[in-house]
Design a protein around this ligand. Structure first.
Ligand code: NAP
Ligand code: MG
Length: 506
């Protein structure tokens, strides 16, 4: 017999709804994996990382540095320069000079060569990039190794291909680059977000000042070392590390032509307000509260894998995470039972272990936010189930968790938790599924699980989401545009559509 777990109300309905025999699976691992740690001894971190401006490493005029820590151990990795408004000004001036004197004058095929070189150098350094991404941000090594780094280099390859074919991109209309792009990125996919931003900007002939997130600056700085190594002309990309004030200084700078921002809806709104009337172009990639919709006719075991991938990938630190599960009422209990047993097998722990499924939460602040919203869910009467897995004593960890009996109006059904926490709701008809899925201020992504292709298309036409996955979730490709509806932002990244964010079309 399955043993009841913490917080679990074992109802007869759960058993009764299942046509499958209860095999007495307890969820405890039937075997323990031996540790399989990725080696880090060969890595040499610098004690202090400076700003990358004009192709050189320069000390910040602010004279300030901040520590970046490993969220799995809470130990500092290095000190990183904090750019103030003067430093940001130096970076923008260097990007302007590089734009005027070099990058805008370069033949497109020459720009392409640089992008190919960056992509190839990223492949050569893939292992170190993955390890540093995992140490600085907490994500499992198997994700940074198999997803973040290869997808990031794929973005450079893809945009290298476009650089000398832009004549074909805008239906034959003339185009010109915008100039200097100020780019601000979050901590959940630090290297990948840098690639999403830098690759199309450079391909289209712009120069860049990039501000990584305070908690995850290191892979952007390693990328700067790649720029040095492949001899990207000085000033074409400048990296200014720091916190929110550094980003705000970049937004406020009068000589920036375009701001590309990925982050929270709150900060996105503030940025939009700050640049109103300035003539700066803007794209915003903001938050999400995606619905993963499972019909009774779906291949349910496959759907369970998709739900798990949708919400627990990268500890749920994913803007397009399938954080709301809408399941057809007739299969609710069965899906919940399958999900519970599947989640109980997931390994949470050292992100550098190749068997780890869920690594560390990115920061203490984010862990507190997750805890707060989970407590709100319990207080509002939803039923919580958390995996009984053991958590490491040090570091910021949270067990994979889901809520059943979630009221539509509750905070956990509306607010972005940005952690490994799933809210489960039910529906009876496709119309009701659409209505509930769209009942959010966000509109970044959605998933539909059904055996009927016609039903997927019917749903996709009605879901207000930038991306709709059918019988899969969280799949990305550089050729596929990504972006939001409603308060998830505007503009697209990736694909031909993403290029238009970096040019003025005549
Ligand atoms: P955030 O607080 O909005 O921060 C994003 C970036 O903006 C960081 O580099 C941050 O710096 C900087 N920043 C903060 N205040 C600023 C200001 N006033 N002016 C200019 N820049 C400022 O978001 P986050 O908590 O790091 O990231 C999580 C959020 O990003 C979630 O809401 C998630 O959904 C969203 N996200 C969306 C996408 C997408 O493609 N739609 C992708 C990934 C993440 P510091 O962090 O250094 O303070
Ligand atoms: Mg860090």
């Amino acid at each position: 017999m399955a043993t009841p777990r913490k917080n679990e109300k074992k109802t007869d309905a759960v058993k009764a709804a299942s046509s499958e025999p209860d095999l007495g699976f307890t969820g405890e691992s039937s075997w323990q994996y031996e540790p399989s740690l990725e080696g880090t001894d060969h890595l040499r971190f610098e004690k202090k990382y400076e700003l990358f401006i004009g192709g050189r490493w320069v000390a910040p005029k602010s004279k300030k540095y901040f520590p970046t820590i490993n969220p799995a151990t809470e130990e500092p990795i290095a000190e990183v320069a904090e750019a103030n408004a003067e430093d940001v000004d130096a970076a923008v001036r260097s990007a302007r000079t590089a734009y005027d004197k070099i990058w805008s004058k370069l033949r497109p095929a020459e720009r392409a060569k640089y992008l190919y070189r960056i992509a190839r150098a990223m492949q050569e350094k893939a292992r170190d990039l993955a390890i540093v991404e995992t140490m600085d941000g907490g994500k499992p090594i198997k994700e940074s190794r198999d997803f973040d780094v290869p997808t990031a280099s794929a973005h450079f390859f893809y945009h290298a291909g476009w650089a000398d074919k832009l004549d074909l991109a805008f239906h034959g209309r003339p185009y010109r680059p915008l100039g200097v792009a100020g780019q601000i990125i979050p901590w959940n996919f630090p290297l990948l977000m840098a690639a999403w931003k830098i690759a199309p900007a450079l391909a289209c002939g712009n120069t860049v000042v990039l501000k990584p997130a305070e908690t995850t600056p290191l892979t952007a700085l390693l990328l700067a070392k790649i720029f040095e190594e492949i001899e990207l002309p000085p000033g074409v990309v400048n990296i200014v590390t720091g916190a929110g004030a550094t980003g705000a200084a970049l937004v406020a700078h009068s000589d920036v032509n375009k701001i590309a921002f990925t982050g929270s809806t709150d900060v996105g709104k503030r940025i939009q307000g700050a640049i109103a009337g300035s003539g700066k172009r803007l794209t915003l990639e903001l938050g999400g509260k995606a619905a993963n919709i499972v019909f009774a006719d779906a291949p349910l075991d496959q759907a369970v894998e998709g739900i798990v991938n949708g919400i627990f990938f990268n500890q749920g630190h994913v803007c397009c995470a399938g954080s709301r599960l809408l399941v057809e009422e007739s299969v609710h209990d069965l899906v919940v039972r399958k999900l519970r047993d599947r989640i109980a097998t997931m390994r949470v722990g050292n992100p550098l272990d190749k068997n780890t499924d869920l690594g560390a939460i990115n920061s203490k602040m984010q862990l507190e936010k997750i805890r707060g919203l989970v407590a709100a869910g319990e207080a509002e009467g939803a039923e919580r189930w958390s995996s009984p897995c053991a958590l490491p004593k040090k570091g910021f960890f949270f067990p994979p968790t889901f809520f059943t009996n979630v009221a539509q109006a509750s905070r956990i059904a509306h607010e972005e938790i940005f952690g490994p926490v799933l809210s489960i709701l039910t529906f009876r008809t496709p119309d009701e599924a659409v209505e509930k899925a769209n009942n959010t201020m966000y509109g970044l992504s959605a998933g539909v699980w059904t055996d009927k292709g016609s039903k997927s298309f019917w749903m996709a036409q009605r879901l207000q989401a930038g991306v709709v996955w059918a019988n899969t979730f969280n799949k990305f490709d550089p050729s596929s545009p990504f972006g939001g509806y409603k308060e998830s932002g505007f503009g697209r990244e990736g694909g031909r559509q993403g290029l238009s964010s970096y040019v003025e079309v005549g």
